[in-house]
Write a protein that binds this ligand. Sequence first.
Ligand SMILES: *[C@@H]1O[C@H](CO)[C@@H](O)[C@H](O)[C@H]1NC(C)=O
Ligand SMILES: *[C@@H]1O[C@H](CO)[C@@H](O)[C@H](O)[C@H]1NC(C)=O
Ligand SMILES: *[C@@H]1O[C@H](CO)[C@@H](O)[C@H](O)[C@H]1NC(C)=O
Ligand SMILES: *[C@@H]1O[C@H](CO)[C@@H](O)[C@H](O)[C@H]1NC(C)=O
Ligand SMILES: *[C@@H]1O[C@H](CO)[C@@H](O)[C@H](O)[C@H]1NC(C)=O
Ligand SMILES: *[C@@H]1O[C@H](CO)[C@@H](O)[C@H](O)[C@H]1NC(C)=O
Ligand SMILES: *[C@@H]1O[C@H](CO)[C@@H](O)[C@H](O)[C@H]1NC(C)=O
Ligand SMILES: *[C@@H]1O[C@H](CO)[C@@H](O)[C@H](O)[C@H]1NC(C)=O
Ligand SMILES: *[C@@H]1O[C@H](CO)[C@@H](O)[C@H](O)[C@H]1NC(C)=O
Ligand SMILES: *[C@@H]1O[C@H](CO)[C@@H](O)[C@H](O)[C@H]1NC(C)=O
Ligand SMILES: *[C@@H]1O[C@H](CO)[C@@H](O)[C@H](O)[C@H]1NC(C)=O
Ligand SMILES: *[C@@H]1O[C@H](CO)[C@@H](O)[C@H](O)[C@H]1NC(C)=O
Length: 419
Amino acid sequence: MRRLCHALATLLAAWFAVFGGIHAVTLEVKEGNATCIKADLSASFSITYNNNSGSSRTVSFSLPDSTTVDAESSSCGSDGGSPWLVAVFGSGHAFGLSFSRNGSLYSVANLTLQYNLSDTSVFPDANSSDVVTVVSTSVGIWAAINTTYHCVSPTSVGVGGATVTFTDMRMEAYMPGNDLSPTESVCLADQTSTTPPPTTASTTSGAPTAAPTPPGTPERGTYFVNNSNGTVCLLAHMGLQLNVSYFSRSQNKTVQELVNLTPTRTNASGSCEASRATLVLTQEQTTNLNFTFTLNSTTNRYHLSAISLLASWSDMAANLSASNSSLNYMRSTLGRSYMCNAEQTLAVRPDFSLNTFRLQVQPFGVTTDQFATAEECQMDQDQMLIPIIVGAALAGLVLIVLIAYLIGRKRSHAGYQTI
Ligand SMILES: *[C@@H]1O[C@H](CO)[C@@H](O)[C@H](O)[C@H]1NC(C)=O
Ligand SMILES: *[C@@H]1O[C@H](CO)[C@@H](O)[C@H](O)[C@H]1NC(C)=O
Ligand SMILES: *[C@@H]1O[C@H](CO)[C@@H](O)[C@H](O)[C@H]1NC(C)=O
Ligand SMILES: *[C@@H]1O[C@H](CO)[C@@H](O)[C@H](O)[C@H]1NC(C)=O
Ligand SMILES: *[C@@H]1O[C@H](CO)[C@@H](O)[C@H](O)[C@H]1NC(C)=O
Ligand SMILES: *[C@@H]1O[C@H](CO)[C@@H](O)[C@H](O)[C@H]1NC(C)=O
Ligand SMILES: *[C@@H]1O[C@H](CO)[C@@H](O)[C@H](O)[C@H]1NC(C)=O
Ligand SMILES: *[C@@H]1O[C@H](CO)[C@@H](O)[C@H](O)[C@H]1NC(C)=O
Ligand SMILES: *[C@@H]1O[C@H](CO)[C@@H](O)[C@H](O)[C@H]1NC(C)=O
Ligand SMILES: *[C@@H]1O[C@H](CO)[C@@H](O)[C@H](O)[C@H]1NC(C)=O
Ligand SMILES: *[C@@H]1O[C@H](CO)[C@@H](O)[C@H](O)[C@H]1NC(C)=O
Ligand SMILES: *[C@@H]1O[C@H](CO)[C@@H](O)[C@H](O)[C@H]1NC(C)=O
């Protein structure tokens, strides 16, 4: 059955390149005949907003194919300003990339995200109808002048209450010609990645190629999030298993599937703020898992407050986007890590839960690259009781046997003496 599914998945891959998966869009900023910025990229967004009942909700979606460049706002910078790429999509949503150059390097100086909370198809029940604009100046995208920035690995940028994740990005600003330079500056993440980047063209690489890893206990991965200054600010060590139900194209019915995250094929990114830390795990552009930890600065306690999953697997009839931002898992204290060796099930939505194995995380107060003292989950504490109880029972048994032996010895001694 699995083999059949795999064959079908492969057949459907080409179809998916067009209709499914996370799409690649091509964006170009021109002045007269000359192109000054060109980008081929896929992007996904994870945005937290308040709904009518006052709870915060997180939605995830990917950049649609219909995205276009806003020629009015975009600029090549010939007027003395910075080159600016502004892409618009949907109902009043946009993102902008502003570039700057310094010597032989150019970089993204800032990322602007604009989203329209009145768009109920994206933000159901939002308590506001504002158009929100947020800016981040630590984007971490740079390349040598006259080269194309190339990054297959996901790059996540925390911007306000949102996270923008770019994948499979090929981009150049200050272009010497009208097409992307053949020389590339490969991003750090791709250089250190153990998986070779896909060799397919950017238009087809959104298509999933590998069948989901068959279940079993997932391998334990080590994931970091670094500050803009390069110091580690979030540490996680865990095995993860997704339990999702979705409508299977090949079986023409809803199926329940367990999928393990494979650490060597998973990239970690995220952001750390004073009272909010996010960890984004991306497996081969088809699975995007987002954890948000929240710190209550009054009580100095933190917890896992939101999980969101974006999955576009080959057999899915529709992409799965499941999130819940009113969770209260992994409660621990600032300055401590949270640990749970036992298998833990985190229910997120009726169609999505997450199983964790041998987990240790520390989203706040990381001072060295090491975990601080751990607070263990109740299940581990209960499991520690078992050996204590067994040990106590054994000790009791040994004592009884010993007493019985001593009494027996005394008796038989006494017996010999009377003879
Ligand atoms: C654009 O290119 C055409 C032909 O290559 C040329 O005739 C025209 O003057 C150019 N326009 C500008 C604004 O450079
Ligand atoms: C607001 O969000 C919460 C949590 O996601 C949900 O339980 C509640 O039903 C939502 N309320 C409205 C009016 O949508
Ligand atoms: C939306 O809800 C948040 C949190 O409850 C509140 O702070 C904010 O004022 C509300 N906004 C509007 C426009 O009602
Ligand atoms: C925001 O969305 C609403 C509803 O879709 C739309 O009427 C409005 O024009 C949008 N605002 C902008 C600035 O595009
Ligand atoms: C340009 O780079 C040099 C050396 O890396 C640095 O000292 C300088 O501050 C940079 N200038 C700007 C405007 O970023
Ligand atoms: C973004 O960066 C550009 C170039 O450095 C700068 O001109 C612009 O003011 C910045 N915008 C914001 C909102 O910081
Ligand atoms: C980039 O290419 C242009 C045109 O080919 C050339 O004039 C310029 O000197 C190059 N710049 C660098 C930093 O190599
Ligand atoms: C984060 O920091 C750790 C330890 O300093 C390092 O091993 C890792 O490569 C860094 N990750 C990134 C994405 O820079
Ligand atoms: C790195 O930045 C964080 C906050 O952004 C700060 O707390 C920390 O001291 C910085 N570390 C270094 C070595 O600059
Ligand atoms: C997966 O989820 C389904 C539905 O919630 C549940 O019945 C099943 O036991 C779960 N399986 C595992 C291994 O967690
Ligand atoms: C899928 O199932 C439905 C109802 O069970 C049926 O009407 C439909 O023809 C099936 N489609 C395919 C492609 O088998
Ligand atoms: C922090 O915890 C206190 C006590 O539980 C609670 O009253 C307060 O609302 C919490 N603050 C936030 C920002 O959640």
